[in-house]
Design a protein around this ligand. Structure first.
Ligand SMILES: NC(=O)c1ccc[n+]([C@@H]2O[C@H](COP(=O)([O-])OP(=O)(O)OC[C@H]3O[C@@H](n4cnc5c(N)ncnc54)[C@H](OP(=O)(O)O)[C@@H]3O)[C@@H](O)[C@H]2O)c1
Length: 271
């Protein structure tokens, strides 16, 4: 069983398929990433697992996260879907298993799918459990069902245009780590005038400024990239320190812009 932790940063793999996913994971592990984020829905678990298996880094040192998709949440499907994920990853267990989205329209009761999540953890199929895209009310409901100290993380959208402050504070108050996805707003940060000005002043890139801002808020981040130099600079961004005045300037960029907002998304918290 792995000893690795949910490191900052992890490698995101959404949209990366087959050899592209394999290459990104291979390069990331070579550069020093030790946390990889995949999901049943990304259709790349096999490529991610292959890259980890073929890497000289031992499985124990890599923290692997996958997520159960919305159509697998019922008792009839849940455990089998996790076993299928593990078969694709060619692993006996993952380090973290997340509920990818709360059940659309509540069509599966939260007691049912969180019960299944706990059961697969007890069966040794995952070391930690967590949720993704849960609102404040849903975190409270989950904690009532599972009890305190059970959820490792809530993985939510966080970038300079979506700060999600109330939800972040709520999770942190309950000792639930926050993992911020789409930290680069899927590339939008690269052309931002405020981030560019801060970046030029420090001799870094706007993407690095965005990642340093997320990390400075105590949030784990999982940027994705298909390019070696981006993977390297995203890792190096963890050593970048922003001044209070730079943090304050980025704080003005919030537009409550949601890039991941499917029709079945929950009723989002408003800051
Ligand atoms: N739980 C959820 O519901 C959920 C939803 C969405 C995403 N996620 C997770 O979060 C991860 C990150 O989100 P994301 O991949 O959608 O978006 P992202 O990480 O915000 O942005 C990725 C984009 O930024 C570019 N990029 C990366 N590093 C860069 C750099 N240093 N300089 C300039 N551009 C750079 C990449 O292009 P290149 O390839 O050219 O570098 C890619 O186009 C996903 O991969 C996934 O694992 C989770």
């Amino acid at each position: 069983m792995s000893e690795a932790t949910l490191n900052n940063p992890g490698l995101g793999t959404y949209r990366l398929k087959e050899d592209v996913a394999y290459q990104a994971v291979t390069t990331a592990l070579e550069l020093g990433y030790r946390s990889i984020d995949t999901a049943q829905m990304y259709d790349n678990e096999a490529a991610v697992g292959k890259a980890i298996a073929e890497s000289p880094i031992s499985r124990d040192e890599v923290f692997v996260t996958t997520k159960v998709w919305v159509d697998q949440l019922s008792k009839a499907h849940f455990r089998r879907s996790v076993e299928q994920s593990l078969a694709r990853l060619k692993m006996d267990s993952v380090d973290l298993l997340l509920i990818h989205w709360p059940a659309p329209e509540g069509d599966v009761p939260m007691e049912e799918y969180l019960g299944e999540l706990k059961a697969v953890q007890q069966a040794g199929l995952t070391r930690h459990i967590g949720v993704s895209n849960f609102t404040i009310a849903q975190i409270d409901e989950a904690l009532k069902i599972l009890g305190p100290g059970t959820l490792l993380t809530n993985q939510i959208e966080i970038h300079p245009y979506l700060h999600n402050r109330r939800l972040v504070e709520h999770c942190q108050r309950h000792d639930i780590l926050v993992t911020g996805y789409m930290p680069l707003a899927v590339g939008r940060v690269n052309d931002d005038p405020v981030l560019t000005a801060i970046a030029e002043n420090k001799g870094v890139s706007p993407a690095q400024v965005a990642l340093a801002w997320v990390a400075a808020r105590g949030i784990i981040t999982i940027p994705s990239s298909t390019k070696r130099h981006h993977l390297q600079s995203n890792l190096a961004a963890m050593d970048l320190e922003l001044t209070i005045s730079e943090m304050n300037r980025i704080d003005t960029l919030d537009q409550a812009l949601r890039l991941a907002n499917p029709s079945f998304a929950p009723e989002w918290d408003i800051d």
